[in-house]
Design a protein around this ligand. Sequence first.
Ligand code: NIG
Ligand code: FE
Length: 398
Amino acid sequence: MTTDTTPTASAPTTAITHIGQLVTNDPSLGEGPLGLIQDAAVVIDGDRIAWVGESSKAPATDNAVDAGGRAGIPGFVDSHSHLVFAGDRTAEFNARMSGRPYSAGGIRTTVAATRAATDEALHTNVARYLAEGLRQGTTTQETKSGYGLTVEDEARALRIAAAHTDEVTFLGAHIVSPDYADDPAGYVDLVTGPMLDACAPHARWIDVFCEKGAFDGDQARAVLTAGQAKGLIPRVHANQLGPGPGVQLAVELGAASADHCTHLSHADIDALAQSETVATLLPGAEFSTRAKWPDARPLLDAGATVALSTDCNPGSSFTSSMPFCIALAVRDMGMTPDEAVWSATAGGARALRRTDVGRIAPGARADLALLDAPSHVHLAYRPGVPLVSAVWHRGVLV
Ligand code: NIG
Ligand code: FE
């Protein structure tokens, strides 16, 4: 063994200057809820943000990058995706676009393809969709299992996910495995027993698809409480395809988030507003299933915390683009551009219980994006245009 006694030189500092308008999401640093700073500078030291303020007051640094008036935002925090899968479901999408409704049964197609795929193919797929997201400004990505549905295949999916991200969710309760078609109770026993034992070490979160055709309220409760007993924190696929008990269960169990939230009662909205559970809206799913949009307005007006995420998966929402989700949320879900950008950054961080991402402030992780635009509003104003022109992830320009 050798000991390296060379003193480590401190990492060079970089200043990004002349950011036309910067969203910090820290109201103590700038104007309004987004903490906006005009002609801003951000100093990066290693993987952290060291200083944020007006360009004219920026401290001296080793390197400087002139943003030339481009807008800056925190890297997106995509708190809901299903990236460990193989194959795609183009035929199912085509059928839907000719009028067929979405059915959770399509998940079985992806389960078969995923089980048949090699580890290498699954790693390649996860890396591909993460890279797609990163190019579009996503610097924190949650992802789930749920296309394995055996002890081995679920544990494998989580090991693969954990090689790419810290935010890993066990979703063995995605649908009842086709192997247990006649014995749903037996499948819940498997998920809450041997499958959970094999999967818990690889995950931070536990999720369940609480919906007609997947798991009812009692089954979902059994799955989530078993996960909690193993130290996993719940999040819930709730009220996506119709009304149901998912949101109330999420709030009751102190889940980090209730995701989808498309079919909400007044009581669901009140429960979310009075809780710490984040309502995560996934407009890519309604786009791709031609379903009714979730309505962010009553949630925001009641005081609930709203996050926006992609739900990237080959069945119901095959997009990795947070800017696309922002544009849909502004056009069709009652959100202002400011609210949508907050929800796609700080909102996602809340849904993942993270304080180091989703904001640009001293001490936060150095994750930010520059836009070929004068302000973040252009993310909704110029839909479909690739405005993200530079991304720093953990302090590195990617
Ligand atoms: O979040 N709702 C359940 N799971 C996914 C859909 C998965 C699929 O269709 O493959 C979702 O929309
Ligand atoms: Fe999902």
